[in-house]
Unconditional design. Structure first.
Length: 249
């Protein structure tokens, strides 16, 4: 009996150590990610009325956004009808060329929920499943390794500086108007609300900063062309000069 009692005491001590490490190192980041996700989902749901009322605040310049943490989501308007619809859209969001065309690094909103299992509260709860010291030691090592290797990438996502939301008012951004919303999250302020109707024409924009889209690929891909056209609209709204404006005949 005494052996098992000592074993249980040692297991409890190790469990407490694992919990303390999670509480100190991991939990604050998870809480901030969750709070940010909830806030941005609420902002997206609030944007379902669209951007019929234009609002442009030119205090924010594109050049000021290059070193900021920007969260991004593109949805179709019907997906904003309910929380469930929005979450499904976030989970199934496909990559696009908006970030490349803007010359900005955008973090998908889904990344706020993309937490390695070993850092989750669900994983932590499983330390109660065993008194086996060897298993608990392995779990402590797993957590320590994840904190070193996986946590830094999560910590970089918060606090987020801006949230860029594109709402496609129809089925396709190739044909339908796209509403653009940009929030300054530090001020909790909507700094851009605008509508672009690109009709698939390419607007080339002069930009010296950030990653470039391969112009050959852009020329041959109507979706990339549409994305760069939407991006050109956003750049113009944020005070970046546009050139080579191709207007439809």
């Amino acid at each position: 009996g005494a052996y098992f009692w000592r074993q249980e005491v040692r297991a409890d001590e190790l469990r407490d150590r694992i919990r303390a490490q999670h509480a100190e190192r991991v939990a604050p980041t998870l809480e901030e990610l969750e709070a940010t996700r909830i806030d941005l989902e609420a902002k997206a749901l609030g944007a379902k009325s669209g951007a019929a009322n234009r609002l442009v605040d030119t205090e924010v310049r594109l050049s000021a956004l290059h070193d900021k943490e920007m969260i991004y989501l593109r949805v179709r308007a019907p997906e904003l009808a309910s929380e469930a619809g929005l979450r499904a859209a976030i989970r199934s969001a496909q990559e696009d060329a908006i970030g490349s065309c803007l010359g900005l690094e955008l973090t998908a909103l889904s990344a706020l929920s993309d937490v390695p299992e070993v850092l989750t509260a669900k994983w932590l709860a499983r330390v109660d499943d065993t008194n086996d010291m060897q298993r608990l030691s392995v779990r402590e090592e797993q957590l320590t390794r994840a904190i070193e290797r996986e946590l830094p990438a999560l910590t970089e996502r918060v606090p987020a500086d801006y949230f860029l939301l594109l709402v496609v008012q129809g089925k396709s951004r190739l044909r339908d108007p796209v509403d653009v919303f940009l929030w300054d999250l530090a001020q909790d302020k909507l700094v851009l609300r605008s509508r672009t109707d690109n009709r698939g024409r390419l607007i080339a924009v002069r930009s010296q900063i950030g990653p470039k889209v391969d112009s050959v690929k852009a020329a041959g891909d109507p979706i990339v062309t549409a994305d760069c056209s939407i991006a050109a609209h956003i750049k113009a709204q944020l005070g970046e000069p546009t050139m080579d404006l191709a207007t439809p005949d």
